[in-house]
Ligand binder design. Structure first.
Ligand SMILES: [Zn+2]
Length: 142
């Protein structure tokens, strides 16, 4: 249990790809990430498995990663995420022109995936209260 909560180096969450979620990374996004030394699809899958181990998700959803320019990403980190409020599917855009692209992916893809899956899980477990209760990384009520 400690391993699950801390997510320590030895901890391997169950692989839920194909059951709780699927991942579609566009070919150009995957190639750009590979040139920076990052297996983007692999990173998204690992991030989703870690996040979903902590979330009361319901039913399958899809995480899609595509290119987005500066207007579709958060300028400082070159990444943005969006959760479809009806189906709970997640869209992530990345800006391949951003400086230190690989470093930013390694740092921000796990956080972005966890943040959006938290929205997605809440939408599908309590649609009327998508922001109720503590989220990942937040404290519960005292
Ligand atoms: Zn959000």
């Amino acid at each position: 249990m400690t391993g699950l909560l801390s997510g320590g180096p030895g901890y391997q969450p169950p692989n839920l790809r194909g059951t709780a979620f699927d991942v579609n990374v566009s070919a150009d996004a995957q190639s750009a990430a590979e040139r920076s030394g990052v297996d983007l699809a692999g990173l998204v899958v690992a991030s989703a498995n870690r996040a979903l181990a902590l979330l009361p998700h319901r039913g399958p959803m899809v995480i899609t990663v595509t290119f987005g320019g500066v207007r579709q990403t958060i300028p400082e980190i070159g990444i943005a995420g969006y959760t479809d409020p009806r189906r709970g599917n997640v869209d992530i855009t990345i800006d391949p022109e951003h400086a230190r692209f690989g470093q930013l992916l390694r740092r921000w893809i796990p956080a972005t995936v966890a943040h959006e899956l938290d929205h997605s899980s809440r939408l599908r477990t309590a649609p009327a209260r998508p922001h109720a209760g503590p989220g990942i990384g937040q404290r519960g009520p005292r």
